[in-house]
Design a protein around this ligand. Structure first.
Ligand code: ATP
Ligand code: MG
Length: 455
């Protein structure tokens, strides 16, 4: 019945639809289970409403609720100004990014409260490609709705009355599993090219079909991503990689030519069979972890994505006469430097990546105190998981991973026994042996087996 109604209004080209009047959906029509709404989100909407303001859950939370999924976070939209919101809650902070928003905290729980945005971006300052640089004008709720990216992300839910306000036919698109951008696609991508990545992420995550008009300009507009500040691209990339559908997203990004500006080195990596396999395994394991509700570390993720680039440079430095461990550090520096510029890798993530990489040669040292020392390393688990990926991808002999599994799980006796075992293969290192020291170059030490170059 409702679907029919939407089809009728969406299909009628003759009469323009008044987008300032929302369709109101009752609890019976939208079917949201109120138990899926966090009590803190309700505290915020109630607090605002009791102070005389409008307040709704909005965006991804409403979309997920309509799909019967428990939202991972709740965004709230209101007609109160950031300053008015801040005054209503004990722990509330105005965050001034591209848009001013308020963070309301209850314990560890963070809720983002945004004031309805004004409709027109025409007057907003833009860069030479048409990207909106700043725009903090407040407006009416229907104007806020038109500024949102997709129809399914532009619905408002009032937990008090349990009604959904739908301005752009989002409910029909939820039912038809269609991802449709609001407005003229080319204009919306130009205003904010990050939306190109968001299309890919939502289509993969929700398993929705991208509406033809929404999909059509993506390929030609893909280069616009290059003009977006690195920090924003990084945030969106992280969401994409941690969506539980990273592999599907990556596949889609490549298909649309969107991967060029994102992880330039990844392009090269994916073209080598070993690198491709490594990335595929890393993303599959990340996706599985996300689906099981386990935490995923961005450092591990990016360390995986860029490992084969590090490997290539590690090999090159060793071939030029550098010893294994210094060569690995130089390779890590090179890769991190080039990616930091492009991706704006946060310092913490970059340092996690370096730790994971730097641990790899240490796994080759199986005798004496070295492996016991490694057991005490706080990042051992991440380093070990990474080692297993290297084994599974065929980069190094699986025996090294098995040895470490046994060593980590074994008691004292078992560990001693393992230490007396002769490795099945004498060179388990992923990086080829370094070349002989060239005259006067590098800090290379004499060749010394697999446990060379200790720290
Ligand atoms: P997720 O479940 O991944 O958090 P989400 O839809 O909530 O998905 P957010 O990035 O948290 O995504 O954004 C919240 C809401 O803000 C979106 O649903 C959308 O309405 C709006 N929004 C976010 N980014 C944009 C954008 N680039 N252009 C227009 N609207 C946006
Ligand atoms: Mg969200």
């Amino acid at each position: 019945m409702i679907t029919k109604f939407f089809r009728r209004i969406l299909g009628s080209k003759s009469k323009p639809i008044d987008r300032s009047i929302p369709v109101m959906l009752s609890a019976k029509e939208h079917g949201i289970d109120p138990k899926l709404v966090s009590s803190n989100a309700i505290r915020v909407t109630q607090g605002l409403q009791q102070a005389g303001f409008k307040a709704f859950l909005v965006g991804g939370a409403v979309r997920d609720l309509l799909l019967g999924i428990k939202p991972k976070d709740f965004d709230i939209a209101t007609n109160a100004t950031p300053e008015q919101v801040r005054k209503l809650f004990r722990r509330a902070f105005i965050i001034g990014r591209r848009f001013q928003i308020v963070h309301v905290m209850f314990g560890q729980d963070l809720l983002e409260v945004t004031t309805f945005r004004g409709a027109s971006v025409d007057a907003a300052p833009k860069d030479e490609h048409g990207r909106v640089l700043r725009d903090n004008t407040f407006g009416e709720q229907h104007e806020d709705a038109i500024r949102r990216d997709f129809t399914i992300n532009a619905m408002y839910y009032d937990p008090d009355t349990q009604t959904v306000l739908d301005y752009h036919g989002g409910m029909a698109d939820i039912r038809n599993k269609t991802l449709r951008i609001i407005g003229v696609p080319e204009e919306r991508y130009r205003e904010d090219p990050v939306r190109l990545l968001r299309v890919v992420r939502f289509a993969a995550k929700l398993d929705f079909t991208i509406d033809a008009a929404t999909a059509a300009p993506i390929k030609t507009m893909a280069p616009l991503i290059n003009n977006v500040p690195a920090a924003r691209v990084f945030d969106e990339m992280l969401k994409l990689l941690m969506s539980g559908h990273a592999m599907a997203c990556l596949h889609h990004l490549r298909k649309e030519g969107l991967h060029h500006g994102l992880l330039p080195l990844l392009d090269v990596v994916l073209e080598q069979p070993l690198g491709e396999k490594f990335v595929r395994l890393a993303l599959a394991s990340t996706d599985a972890r996300v689906k099981q509700g386990k935490p995923v570390s961005p450092g591990f993720l990016f360390a995986s994505l860029l490992w084969h680039q590090v490997l290539e440079k590690w090999t090159a430095y060793q071939a030029a006469g550098e010893a294994s461990i210094p060569a690995l550090h130089l390779a890590a520096d090179d890769v991190l430097d080039s990616q930091t510029e492009k991706l704006s890798l946060q310092r913490k993530i970059a340092s996690d990546m370096r730790d994971i990489w730097a641990m790899q040669p240490r796994f080759e040292r199986r005798t004496g105190k070295a492996p016991y020392k490694l057991l005490e390393n706080l990042r051992l688990r991440a380093g070990y998981d990474f080692l297993l990926l290297r084994c599974a991808s065929g980069e190094i002999d699986a025996e090294l991973g098995e040895w470490w599994t046994d060593f980590m799980e074994g008691d004292i006796g078992a560990r001693e026994q393992l230490q007396t075992q002769k490795p099945r293969s004498s060179d388990t290192s992923g990086a080829p042996k370094r070349a002989k020291r060239r005259s006067g170059r590098g800090r290379a030490k004499p060749e010394g087996g697999t446990s060379e170059g200790g720290e």
